[in-house]
Design a binder for this molecule. Structure first.
Ligand SMILES: C[S@@+](CC[C@H](N)C(=O)[O-])C[C@H]1O[C@@H](n2cnc3c(N)ncnc32)[C@H](O)[C@@H]1O
Length: 201
């Protein structure tokens, strides 16, 4: 994916409310934080209390945009080239994990979620904001257009049920809410955001 294009295309919805939601979700985080799929670093300005952030990103095209946002970060950030399906970190080594708009394009969500679960300490928080499969007519169109959308938009599926996948991976999703993404196309508008807690070990 081309980082500058991603930033340009998402600017309107960021200003319409997504940026504010990033701040609301990330500012309270403390301790050691893992961010998966950091992309161009849109979350980085919003970490203010964390001890450190370790950010993984497999796509060098997206990571090219990182230096500027890394320079402006308020806390130490280490960037590691890795995929969520294979996290190069020990068990229970993070207090929180973060994923925003990543699980639509991860190849194997069950494996990636198992990895996030593994590296979180017991009771650790998984903060997420993802666009997801909607209902009824929206879901039918999402199913129809996902093969094309994947090709045009960096492997992004329109129809992932990420809340169910997170719950199946051993997280309590009671604090994960449904919402509509502001200023977005109707097929990416259904979304979830909030905090999932690692329950089972
Ligand atoms: C739509 S961008 C979102 C970037 C950023 N998280 C944000 O909120 O703006 C999706 C990102 O997920 C990354 N990604 C896709 N598959 C991944 C995987 N298996 N592991 C880690 N990151 C992945 C992509 O490289 C891309 O940077």
């Amino acid at each position: 994916m081309i980082g500058w294009l991603y930033d340009l295309l998402s600017e309107r919805s960021e200003r319409a409310g997504i940026e504010a939601r990033r701040r609301e979700l990330l500012a309270p985080l403390e301790g050691d934080v893992l961010e998966v799929g950091v992309g161009t670093g849109r979350n980085l300005p919003h970490y203010v209390r964390a001890r450190r952030v370790v950010a993984i990103e497999p796509d060098s095209g997206m990571a090219k945009r990182l230096p500027e946002r890394l320079a402006a970060a308020k806390i130490p950030v280490e960037v590691v080239s890795a995929s969520a399906e294979r996290l190069p970190f020990p068990d229970a080594s993070f207090d929180a994990a973060v994923s925003t708009f990543v699980f639509c394009s991860v190849d194997d969500p069950a494996v990636a979620l198992a990895e996030i679960h593994r590296v979180l300490r017991p009771g650790g928080r998984f903060i997420l904001m993802e666009h997801v499969r909607g209902d009824g007519r929206t879901a039918r169109w999402q199913d129809r257009l996902t093969p094309l959308h994947r090709r045009l938009a960096g492997n992004c599926r329109l129809n992932r049920d990420t809340r169910a996948a997170v719950a199946s991976a051993g997280f309590d999703t009671r604090e994960v809410r449904a919402a509509e993404l502001p200023a977005s196309h109707p097929l990416v508008r259904p979304s979830i955001y909030g905090v999932a807690i690692k329950t089972s070990s």
